[in-house]
Design a protein around this ligand. Structure first.
Ligand code: GDP
Ligand code: IMO
Ligand code: MG
Length: 430
């Protein structure tokens, strides 16, 4: 009997999860997404090809490995169809090795409208959502009025769909949302709905399963399963920088509810962190840099959202946040990405504690959004050399090895591997 290994982001998302899952896939039989939806953008690069996945797990390019979209994930059929078609253009037929939970909830076009309406109503307090309908669709799931993938096979699906859509339109009216000017991909709600409904046919081409039985059976048979997280721990609905979070459980606990596996069946937990830190959208970010260094991280790190194209806010690595994430997730192995972005830096900084109202702390305060946080930094000499061509962990420059050693000491978890370029081949395991 085997256990589910987990790979998830420890920061505010975009840590490089897609790349690392793709690299780890040969060691596994099944790759399963357990939460999130098209708000995610997971980038993979190999053989000079760059590919961004949103709903489909990052093991899809390995044709002999199975991929599962678990019950905890949200599916937007039109975006899903576009993803399937983009894969087809790269000669990947996802119908062969992707199974979908019947219990995964659907994002309706009107969920996307509500996402926009909610953000507009919040004004300056808006979350900076990806506007893919995540919040409203999870709201309906919890309110027990959502529609699930399995429902599309039922005779009364269209009736249920219309009912839910009507409720959404009423809500939009109460928010004084201007439906006439609202567009999704330059289309009116009605135009988009036609494409959305047609896209349900693509979903029907896939094996729709009770994925909890499937995953547990795989484990019983000794197969190796990797759970792929989306977003990051600091965007978790319970423990993230609420309300500037996403609407799902992005931590290890989410694997249990999002795939239907018991806590005792969780194995290794691999947590990913960039060697620095980024965030897209609004909300607290204590180590954010507004200077030239911040702009350099953004430019050299190509820190532009894989889903929305927005530029990501950049700053130094934040140890209090990382330690918190490691605690919440039970991280057993640390994966560090993108140190290569800082190759030319004279110095690299690490935030080791927060100063709040003149007092030092290394805990994330409840009032994370309200208080002024002054990060206390420890400075490290830069390595001032290219990492290109380095093929062993031990061969990394001494100042970088020292930085990584300080990092693992600060968070109390061993660094298991380092990624030094966007390409699949550039991961150095220890
Ligand atoms: P994810 O959402 O966690 O999968 O991450 P994203 O794909 O949104 O963002 C990570 C970005 O960094 C992508 O553009 C990757 O191609 C790139 N990337 C991943 N690992 C590395 C690395 O080690 N070095 C560099 N320079 N880029 C990387
Ligand atoms: P991956 O999987 C980075 C952010 C949004 C916004 C907040 C809520 O690629 O790491 P939502 O659309 O969920 O209502 O947005 O969360 N966000 C992400 N930021 N990476 C992601 O996913 C994200 N998914 C959502 O920018 O601030
Ligand atoms: Mg991303």
């Amino acid at each position: 009997m085997s256990k589910v290994d987990v790979l998830l982001g420890l920061q505010w998302g975009d840590e490089g999860k897609g790349k690392v899952v793709d690299v780890l896939t040969p060691e596994y039989d099944v790759i399963a997404r357990f939460q999130g939806g098209p708000n995610a953008g997971h980038t993979l690069e190999f053989n000079g090809i760059k590919h961004v996945l949103h709903i489909i797990p990052s093991g899809i390019f390995h044709e002999h490995k199975l991929n599962v979209i678990g019950n905890g994930v949200l599916i937007e059929p039109r975006i899903f169809r576009q993803e399937v078609e983009a894969l087809k253009e790269k000669h990947v037929d996802a119908t062969k090795n992707l199974y979908i939970s019947k219990k995964a909830h659907l994002i309706l076009p009107s969920h996307r409208m509500l996402d926009a309406a909610n953000e507009k109503a919040k004004g300056n307090a808006k979350i900076g959502s990806t506007l893919k309908g995540i919040g409203p669709a999870y709201t309906d799931k919890i309110a027990r009025s959502g529609l699930r993938v399995g429902d599309i096979m039922e005779f009364d699906f269209r009736e249920k769909y219309e009912l839910l859509k009507c409720q959404h339109i009423q809500t939009a009216h109460t928010l004084n949302f201007d439906l006439d000017t609202f567009r999704i991909d330059n289309m009116t709600l009605d135009e988009y709905e036609q494409l959305w409904l047609a896209s349900l046919e693509t979903l029907k081409e896939f094996r729709l399963i009770n994925s909890e039985y499937f995953i547990n059976r795989c484990l019983d048979e000794g197969k190796k399963v990797l759970a792929e997280g989306a977003q990051g721990s600091m965007l978790d609905i319970d423990f993230g920088s609420y309300p500037f979070v996403t609407s799902s459980s992005t931590i290890t606990a989410g694997v249990c509810s999002g795939l239907g596996v018991a806590p005792s069946r969780i194995g290794r937990v691999m947590g990913i962190s960039k060697a620095y830190c980024t965030r897209v959208g609004a909300g607290p970010f204590p180590t954010e840099l507004f200077d030239e260094t911040g702009r350099t991280l953004c430019e050299l790190g190509h820190e532009y959202g894989a889903t929305t194209g927005r530029s990501r806010r950049c700053g130094w690595i934040d140890i209090p946040a990382l330690r918190y994430a490691c605690m919440l997730n039970g991280v057993t192995d640390l994966f560090v990405t993108k140190p290569d972005v800082m190759n030319d830096f004279d110095e690299v900084k690490m935030c080791t504690a927060y100063e709040i109202d003149g007092r030092m702390t290394d805990e994330i305060p409840f009032e994370f959004n309200e208080v002024e946080i002054k990060p206390a930094y420890k400075s490290f000499p830069g390595w001032k050399q290219s990492l290109a061509g380095i093929d062993r962990y031990d061969a990394l420059p001494r100042p970088l090895l020292d930085y990584l050693a300080a990092l693992e000491k600060a968070v109390g978890v061993k660094v298991y591997a380092v990624s030094i370029s966007p390409d699949r081949k550039d991961v150095l395991f220890r």
